[in-house]
Design a protein around this ligand. Structure first.
Ligand SMILES: [Zn+2]
Length: 323
């Protein structure tokens, strides 16, 4: 097994990279802003730059890396090494051979996979999922993603398993960013929550959310903005968060009724930021909907934190070596 590997968490706003040693410990990291124009080639160049910087911070030459793993949004074909329909990235609709382009730029083998699946893999091998043979990962951020671990393996279905954000929590309910109605993400996704907040402000409701956003120089209601508003007891923020938690309770409890997993791990931007107290609130919201109510699953926050996606991505390299 190669000694050093790189992992990349490719997000809509940032590219987080790590270099890990043989024991998976992070020995170098770098965070770059995701380019907002220039399409896939610009993103490829930015990723390569961030990997080089992380390697430099680790005191490792890029040529010494055993490989680079990338967790990417959009439709990822891990065998072909392509990414399509990454709508939060600039001009990224058609399938682009990210693995090949990056391998070319860095002269190292590259493996790519879905960002949420990679983060859940990280929790399975190195984080909160270690003691369990089955768990459900719920990645609560801009959207609501998920990953299902059964018998210590990610269950991928035909490639699209784990989309808990698009399980229906209310028939004919709120419009989801996916275009359908009543999905969990329509209530709990940070993107949908922001859209709802804007709509309510337009109708005359008062909130500090957008003032806090501007004060922080953010273009969006980030997890940090939500946390600050909740901390100030902003009424609208608390209301929308209660609505999100209620929907998460219904959606996750339904998934648990179906799969009977041992644990639920809550990660993602909002999940990581709000942490333990919100994991407890979600557990409480699940309780009335659990069919086996006296045996709820263990509820845990993701253990790897902000670097979890990148650390999980680095595992893709090891996995490819062990095949
Ligand atoms: Zn949906």
């Amino acid at each position: 097994m190669p000694t050093f590997r790189a992992g990349v968490d490719l997000g809509a706003t940032k590219i987080q990279t790590v270099v890990v040693g043989p024991d998976h410990a992070v020995v170098g990291q770098a965070r770059h802003a995701t380019p907002t124009e220039g399409g896939p080639p610009a993103v490829t160049t930015a990723i390569a730059g961030a990997v080089e910087e992380a390697a430099g911070a680790a005191g490792v030459a890029v040529e010494e890396l055993g490989g680079v793993g990338v967790g990417s949004p959009g439709a990822v074909d891990h065998d072909a090494g392509t990414v399509a329909e990454a709508r939060n990235l600039p001009d990224w609709e058609e399938a682009f051979p990210l693995a090949a382009a990056l391998a070319d730029a860095l002269d190292a083998p590259v493996r790519i996979d879905n960002d949420v699946q990679v983060a859940v893999l990280g929790e399975l091998e190195l984080g909160a999922g270690r003691p369990y043979s089955s768990f459900l990962g719920v990645w609560w951020g801009t959207g609501v993603g998920g990953g299902i671990v059964l018998d210590r393996k990610l269950w991928l279905g035909r490639g699209a398993a784990g989309e808990i954000g698009h399980t229906v929590v209310k028939r004919g309910g709120a419009r989801c960013p996916c275009g359908r109605r009543g999905c969990l993400e329509a209530y709990a996704g940070r993107g949908a929550m922001e859209a709802r907040a804007r709509e309510l402000v337009h109708r005359g409701r008062k909130t500090d959310l957008f003032e806090l956003m501007e004060k922080r120089g953010r273009p969006r209601l980030t997890s940090g903005v939500w946390e600050a508003a909740l901390h100030h007891h902003d009424k609208l923020a608390k209301e929308l968060m209660a609505r999100a938690v209620g929907a998460l309770g219904v959606g996750i409890a339904s998934a648990v009724n179906l799969l009977d997993v041992e644990a639920v791990v809550i990660g993602g931007g909002l999940g990581t930021r709000l942490g333990e107290p919100y994991v407890a609130r979600i557990a409480e919201a699940m309780q009335p909907h659990l069919f086996v109510a006296d045996r709820p699953p263990a509820m845990l926050p993701a253990a790897l934190g902000d670097l979890g996606g990148a650390i999980g991505a680095a595992l893709l390299v090891e996995n490819s070596e062990s095949l």
